[in-house]
Design a protein around this ligand. Structure first.
Ligand SMILES: Nc1ncnc2c1ncn2[C@@H]1O[C@H](COP(=O)(O)OP(=O)(O)OP(=O)(O)O)[C@@H](O)[C@H]1O
Ligand SMILES: [Mg+2]
Length: 276
């Protein structure tokens, strides 16, 4: 399916189960000041509550897409937010977006709870609400007993959970993750995946995930986009019909997952193969 067809297809699907769009990129191009063209026209849509993953050749422009969505660079082309999707939910003060990067982003001199609370510092919500929010989140990922521990006392999986919570604590409408789990062994990664899906569901949060791991992309996402080599465009967009209530550790054994893996792998390889 071409990029244009995929967008039309998604518009047509609006009458079905798809929720209102939250973020839309239309033919977004970007060239760095040194003349290097990183993006060649990316079109993409993330619906409210949806997880969308992007996979693509190394160096194709994935992190550049994030920098444009986060407003760190100005694109050529439209990056739009749906104003209807941005109202506060249930009286919670919410931020538009937050980003969690691959490298450890926790501060070693702060305790777990202070790391998670750090992003709330400048939010105008009562201190009692901040405290409650941090406790709830730590409980949700099983870290409540470690609230006063420092990062050097935690395992790799626990550290990644803390990093995830630093992004989640502002209750962003969109959580952007740039290869956040790649340093974890597979069983630990799957446990952190379960936490991510639970957080996304319970906080009604959309997720834009950049990953090199096709299994991760399939098991977490509603949509997976395969990018071309640089300058990146969305070469293929695949629906992942595994439902929102999926159990990530179980979907891997299903024929649907295995078929999707083959389809995505051949799509990705087509792009990687073009590099050599
Ligand atoms: N600040 C910058 N100035 C100039 N070129 C840059 C800058 N940042 C990135 N690039 C280049 O833009 C291209 C895309 O980089 P980007 O980091 O977006 O790729 P990526 O897909 O995230 O790579 P990776 O798979 O390694 O994470 C690369 O060729 C990179 O060298
Ligand atoms: Mg990158």
């Amino acid at each position: 399916m071409t990029e244009a067809e995929a967008l039309v297809h998604r518009e047509a699907d609006k009458g079905g189960n798809r929720r209102e769009w939250l973020l839309r990129l239309e033919d977004v191009k970007f060239t760095y000041p040194n003349g290097l063209q990183a993006l060649g026209g990316v079109s993409l849509e993330v619906a409210a509550g949806e997880v969308v993953s992007l996979v693509g050749p190394s160096g194709c422009g994935k992190s550049t897409i994030i920098s444009l969505v986060a407003g760190l660079n100005q694109p050529d082309g439209a990056v739009s937010w749906n104003p209807d999707g941005l109202a506060d939910v249930d009286g919670h003060s919410r931020r538009l977006l937050n980003v969690v990067f691959q490298k450890n982003t926790v501060m070693p001199w702060l305790t777990v709870e202070k790391n998670v609370a750090f992003g709330l510092k400048y939010l105008s919500i009562p201190a009692s609400e901040k405290k409650r929010r941090v406790s709830t989140l730590l409980e949700m990922v099983g870290l409540d007993e470690f609230r006063t521990a420092h990062p050097n006392e935690l395992s790799g999986g626990m550290l990644r959970r803390v990093a995830l919570l630093t992004g989640v604590a502002t209750y962003p409408k969109l959580l952007i993750l740039d290869e956040p789990f790649s340093a974890l062994d597979e069983p630990t990664r799957i446990l952190v995946h379960k936490d991510l899906l639970r957080l996304a569901r319970e906080l009604d949060m959309s997720v834009l995930l950049i990953t090199h791991d096709l299994g991760e992309a399939i098991s977490l996402s509603d949509q997976v986009g395969i990018l071309t080599k640089r300058p990146a465009r969305v070469a293929e967009l695949h629906e992942i019909p595994l439902g929102r209530d999926r159990e990530v550790e179980q979907v891997r054994a299903t024929p649907t997952y295995q078929e999707l893996y083959q389809t995505l792998w051949s799509g990705l390889w087509k792009q990687i193969g073009r590099e050599s």
